[in-house]
Design a protein around this ligand. Structure first.
Ligand code: DC
Length: 228
């Protein structure tokens, strides 16, 4: 134990992990760590360098030259940097999502990013979201939550989010992308997406964001005995 509290939130793409974790972090004054953003940086770097992101050896070759940094601005938002460049917007492009999923299957990439994630949790009270936070990154987290929703519900939410950012795409496209990533993320050999045995399941298919947030707060307050 390092004197800090860690809440691990895992689950498939589009389950609302980041919006809920961000709001809960602000509510309880924790740092929110979006680990998918780190994998997205590796995916973006591969994409920009013309690397086939499914090719483990090719991706491994670019790792030593990558300088990925996570910074928090005054509003407490996590910004991602590749070298000196703020890539926080570019890593969200739909074509980068699948590259991120591809690179995340490679053991060398996971090992490369592990310490960066653990260091954040050693130094802060964190709410960290991802796919393997409760199972691999922070197996001793004080609270683990597995957040999920049906693939259709997740695709509808992701579509609204992309449209609000001006990204033109269809429900079909988004659903296809979500189902492909679900499959890849849960069938890879290394740290696949799965619910940790001691994680609390929160399924948000039938409930809206505010209701999901209330459920999350109830779990946090009951399990950790903290109040906002
Ligand atoms: O959460 P996200 O959609 O931004 O994550 C992008 C990809 O990164 C996702 O397809 C799976 C991978 N990922 C992972 O393997 N482990 C994590 N802890 C976080 C994300």
């Amino acid at each position: 134990m390092n004197g800090h509290l860690a809440i691990a939130i895992d689950g498939p793409s589009g389950a609302g992990k980041s919006s809920l974790a961000r709001r809960a972090a602000a509510h309880y004054d924790f740092i929110y760590v979006d680990t998918g953003a780190i994998y997205r940086c590796v995916g973006l770097a591969g994409f920009r360098n013309g690397v086939d992101t499914r090719d483990a050896a090719a991706v491994e070759r670019i790792l030593p030259q990558l300088q990925i940094r996570m910074k928090y601005n005054e509003a407490g938002e996590q910004r991602m940097y590749l070298g000196e460049e703020d890539v926080s917007a570019d890593i969200r492009l739909p074509e980068i999502s699948i590259c991120a999923s591809n690179v995340s299957a490679h053991p060398s990439v996971r090992a490369f990013l592990l310490e960066m994630q653990r260091k954040m949790a050693r130094e802060n009270n964190v709410i960290m979201d991802g796919r393997d936070i409760g199972t691999v990154v922070l197996p001793d987290a004080e609270l683990k939550i597995f957040l999920t929703a049906s693939s259709t519900a997740r695709a509808q939410r992701r579509l609204l989010e992309l449209h609000s950012k001006g990204v033109e795409t269809s429900l079909e496209e988004v659903l296809k992308d979500i189902e492909l990533r679900d499959y890849q993320d849960s069938h890879r050999a290394e740290a696949p997406l799965r619910q940790a045995e001691d994680a609390v399941l929160l399924d948000t298919t039938e409930i809206d964001f505010d209701q999901s947030f209330l459920c999350l707060c109830r779990i946090i307050e009951e399990r950790l005995g903290i109040r906002a």
